[in-house]
Design a protein around this ligand. Structure first.
Ligand SMILES: O=C(O)CCC(=O)C(=O)O
Length: 361
């Protein structure tokens, strides 16, 4: 409770946050609700519903709409049958028995959303979705971004970005170099993305004992927790600059107009997760250019040290793709890397939606 109140105070009062569970609430109310319930769930092993109840959320000036959703939640708890398998790493759960092409009722959706906040990466296997269904499922988590690289958006579905090494009529159909360095999506904008949802359409043929084109994820929350308290305190005082143009030679070329749409931004080196209240290291190899106020040598060394720390195996989950996988990741509490170990003759095609986030604090 204490933690969530202090998070709330640091946010700009009156900004609006979209929570699929609680609709649109003032950001401090949202943060208090989500953080308080998460804290209670973790601390005392309470279910999300009991945690809501214990947190006294609906006593503290809630609207009728919120109270209604609380009642829904109580009723729904008995009905929920969603099966979930926690992966053997500090992040990631596989959600079983959910067909993303079919409508998902609110109670089940809230279970998915809660599991996502807790585990940071969710995997849904064997899905067959149309682009419209992909967009619809993604919208349950918030508004969708339209990527600056307009040439790689799916025709008629600008919310879907194509990531691919496939070339048709001499033109790449998608971004071929997306994610081949550790990064978190859109850290280079002022309000970075909440999460991304990737759907595997084509993947390189696996060998007898090896898959190709895997994606690795690390928990930046677990990486923060593993730092010593002195370092945590020091990093908490720092800010860093992020730029989409950090490595222009490896990223798809931007027109002058596109460059203007992605000016540099400054974020805290340690950011607080808006739902769980956990602290996360928010410095990444692809987009973080400088620790503000440090000399170049010291800044480069600290960025490298933090990136290497985050990339440690102990914080990692490596996803081996199958066609039909849908995988979503949290862009605050994780970083990821697409492993480029396959050749141009091995087609890989993924469809990505990117869900809008909230202000960084
Ligand atoms: O292609 C992948 O596996 C991941 C792509 C990626 O890094 C991204 O979409 O940000």
């Amino acid at each position: 409770m204490w933690r969530t109140r202090s998070c709330a105070r640091r946010l700009e009062t009156g900004s609006v946050c979209i929570s699929p569970t609680y609709n649109e609430l003032e950001i401090d109310e949202f943060t208090m609700i989500s953080g308080a319930t998460y804290h209670l769930q973790r601390q005392y092993g309470l279910s999300p519903v009991l945690a809501c109840h214990e947190a006294g959320i609906f006593v503290r000036g809630s609207t009728r709409k919120d109270r209604h959703s609380h009642d829904d939640r109580l009723q729904a708890e008995e009905k929920i049958t969603m099966k979930l398998h926690k992966l053997a790493s500090p992040l990631g759960s596989e959600i079983l028995d959910i067909d993303l092409s079919r409508p998902i009722d609110d109670a089940t959706f809230r279970q998915i959303d809660d599991a996502f906040s807790e585990r940071s990466v969710l995997v849904f296997r064997d899905q067959v979705m149309t682009p419209a269904q992909h967009v619809e499922f993604s919208r349950r988590f918030g508004g969708l971004e339209i990527h600056v690289l307009k040439q790689y958006l799916l025709a008629d579905f600008p919310e879907i970005l194509l990531i691919s090494n496939v070339v048709e009529n001499g033109k790449p159909v998608g971004i071929a170099d997306a994610g081949q360095q550790w990064h978190t999506d859109l850290s280079y904008v002022e309000i970075p993305s909440r999460c991304s949802i990737l759907y595997a359409k084509q993947i390189p043929e696996p060998g007898p004992d090896k898959t190709y084109g895997d994606t690795c994820f690390v928990s930046t929350a677990a990486a923060y927790d593993a730092l010593d308290p002195e370092m945590q305190k020091y990093l908490g005082t720092l800010k860093a600059r992020h730029s989409y143009l950090k490595r222009p030679h490896v990223r798809a070329k931007l027109s002058e107009e596109q460059k203007k749409q992605v000016p540099e931004v400054i974020h805290p080196v340690i950011r607080t997760h808006p739902v769980t209240g956990r602290k996360c290291i928010y410095v990444n190899e692809s987009f973080t250019t400088e620790i503000v106020g440090l000399g170049k040598e010291e800044s480069d060394a600290l960025i490298l040290q933090l990136c290497e720390h985050c990339q440690s195996e102990q914080f990692m989950y490596r996803h081996k793709w199958r066609v039909g996988d849908v995988l979503m990741w949290d862009n605050c509490s994780t970083q990821h890397l697409a492993v480029a170990d396959y050749g141009p003759e091995q087609a890989r095609l993924m469809n990505r939606t990117t869900v809008r986030g909230t202000a960084v604090f």
